[in-house]
Design a protein around this ligand. Sequence first.
Ligand SMILES: Cc1cc2nc3c(=O)[nH]c(=O)nc-3n(C[C@H](O)[C@H](O)[C@H](O)COP(=O)(O)O)c2cc1C
Length: 289
Amino acid sequence: MIYNNTSSQLIRQRYSCRTYLKRPLSKTDLASLEHFATNWKEGPLGNPVRCHLTAKTKADGSSLKGLGTYGFIKNPAAFIVGAVRDKPGALEDFGYIFEQLILKATDLEIGSCWLGGTFTKSRFARLIDLEKDEIIPSVISLGYPANHRAFLDRVSRIYAGAEHRLPWEDLFFQDSWDIHLSPEEAGIFQEALKLVRLAPSASNKQPWRILKSGQHWHFFIARTPNYPPPVFDFLLGLADLQRIDIGIAMAHFELGLQEVGLQGSWLINDPYLIDPNQKLEYTATWQPD
Ligand SMILES: Cc1cc2nc3c(=O)[nH]c(=O)nc-3n(C[C@H](O)[C@H](O)[C@H](O)COP(=O)(O)O)c2cc1C
């Protein structure tokens, strides 16, 4: 087990925490995070992801100055920066690995927030010695939550986060896009799908769509039209954040399945289904071992 708490507990507890205490992370927490972050070799689609953790210290409280987040984040104690080569599956692998880092932070009662648009690229690039063919798809801000009570309270709230999510029937399908998969039909996969529904996503667009076909669970992106808005995209040079969202959903799905003892693997096996609205993009498939 990679966490002290269960994955489903951590997924329910996590939320985008943007205001932190003005306190550096403890040495033991930093060491745990660092160990966890540097242990990843590659994601399930075969792409290596480089991670770098940078933290404020007691001696130098200003060491994160200049790592701008456009005012969205208050008192960050640390950031995790990641770099990948922009190849097929790389952004999904990035989302898959970074979400598990976020859950590790949650496990240590550290608040976190994905930052896909609101960070200054050049400063973080220097920090991770970005190579020519690499990109920084996103960074994560970290810190002890300013509102620690709210952070802990979420554990006891069974439906934490669910109120801001699309209904189940909009997300999960069986054999074709006009047949919905009910929670009962999902059977032992029900909890894993619930965890997908609680995943964070860029601007909370929730682009994940999953279609079950026999033993296969196919993951698709339902593209949000004009997202991100072209001008914004041009100015900030954003990565394809909706592909990161799918990687996050893949991680939640797999962690949920591990809790019920199901092991499987990811492969590329596009079912080439007819999509009446033509906005769904195939990503990857999970199948049991
Ligand atoms: C890939 C990605 C990029 C994100 N980028 C930002 C960002 O730049 N700034 C921000 O404040 N939140 C960002 N978020 C956080 C989302 O807004 C948040 O996950 C979503 O609104 C759902 O809320 P929750 O995380 O509290 O469940 C991002 C999330 C993801 C997954």
